[in-house]
Design a protein around this ligand. Structure first.
Ligand code: BGC
Length: 257
């Protein structure tokens, strides 16, 4: 594989499983050293590390809860201390909780917004502060969702967090452009990952979802990782302020029976 990320260091949050793990592995195959972040799934983080090292790259595993600002600062600190810099940030860590709107608790609201939005906000801030001091360019990629734009009834906290992530990305693209820092979103649809594990085993939920996807299947983490590698590479140097939807056509699929 060509080394489009040769000499780069990337932080990938939530890289102990799913899309984050696939991005970490793909980035390593393209030549990047990786800070692997996990909150509770240390085994998965170690699997990612093994894969990164197999690709001949360095990997540092850091336990961090991105909803804690001090933990986000430490992720950036570890990238500089152990890998000598940080050029690419992937805000991938995310959670969702489904319930009727009238049942949402303050605790659930805080849990979802704190990981999905506050985490991305303050980790990006820590990442940008260093680049600003060093007068260096950089790349920020947020893994949002088709639900940054498309409704997701019964997942109101999740949709609110992803919609906010879209506006954060647009704002930062304008504010950080003059620093040479690009900011883009990847908006996956239904991907085969742990966040969807329960749904994938429930035919009554899975079948209507598949019927809504023109390509007729769920996506794979590797397919999202390929898009992330492009957006992190020099091939995407002139791209900022954009959302890249990767959903098998789900978002565009309205039809009458
Ligand atoms: C959500 C999944 C959902 C998919 C398509 C994703 O953002 O995490 O739970 O299946 O969007 O609706």
């Amino acid at each position: 594989m060509s080394g489009r990320l040769e000499g780069k260091v990337a932080i990938v949050t939530g890289s102990s499983s799913g899309i984050g793990q696939a991005i970490a592995m793909r980035f390593a195959q393209e030549g990047a050293d990786i800070v692997i972040d996990y909150r509770s799934h240390s085994e998965g983080a170690n699997d990612t590390k093994t894969a990164v090292e197999k690709a001949g790259r360095r990997a540092v595993v850091v336990q961090a809860d991105v909803s804690k600002v001090a933990d986000t600062a430490n992720l950036v600190e570890q990238a500089y201390a152990q890998l000598g810099g940080c050029h690419v940030l992937v805000n991938n860590a995310g959670i969702e909780k489904g319930s009727d709107f009238w049942e949402v608790t303050e605790e659930d609201y805080d849990a979802v917004l704190d990981v999905n939005l506050k985490g991305a906000f303050f980790l990006t801030q820590a990442f940008v502060r260093r680049l600003h001091d060093l007068k260096q360019p950089g790349r920020v990629l947020n893994v949002s969702s088709v639900h940054e734009d498309m409704v997701f009834p019964h997942f109101d906290t999740y949709a609110a967090s992803k919609g906010a992530m879209r506006m954060l990305m647009r704002n930062l693209a304008v504010e950080l452009g003059p620093l040479g820092i690009t900011v883009n979103n990847i908006a996956p649809g239904a991907i085969e990952t742990p966040i969807n594990a329960k749904m994938m085993q429930n035919k009554a939920e899975l079948d209507p979802l598949l019927a809504n996807i023109p390509l007729g299947r769920m996506g794979k983490s590797d397919e999202v990782a390929a898009l992330a590698a492009f957006l992190a590479s020099d091939d995407a140097a002139y791209i900022t302020g954009s959302t890249y939807v990767i959903d098998g056509g789900l978002m565009r699929n309205y039809h009458e029976q």
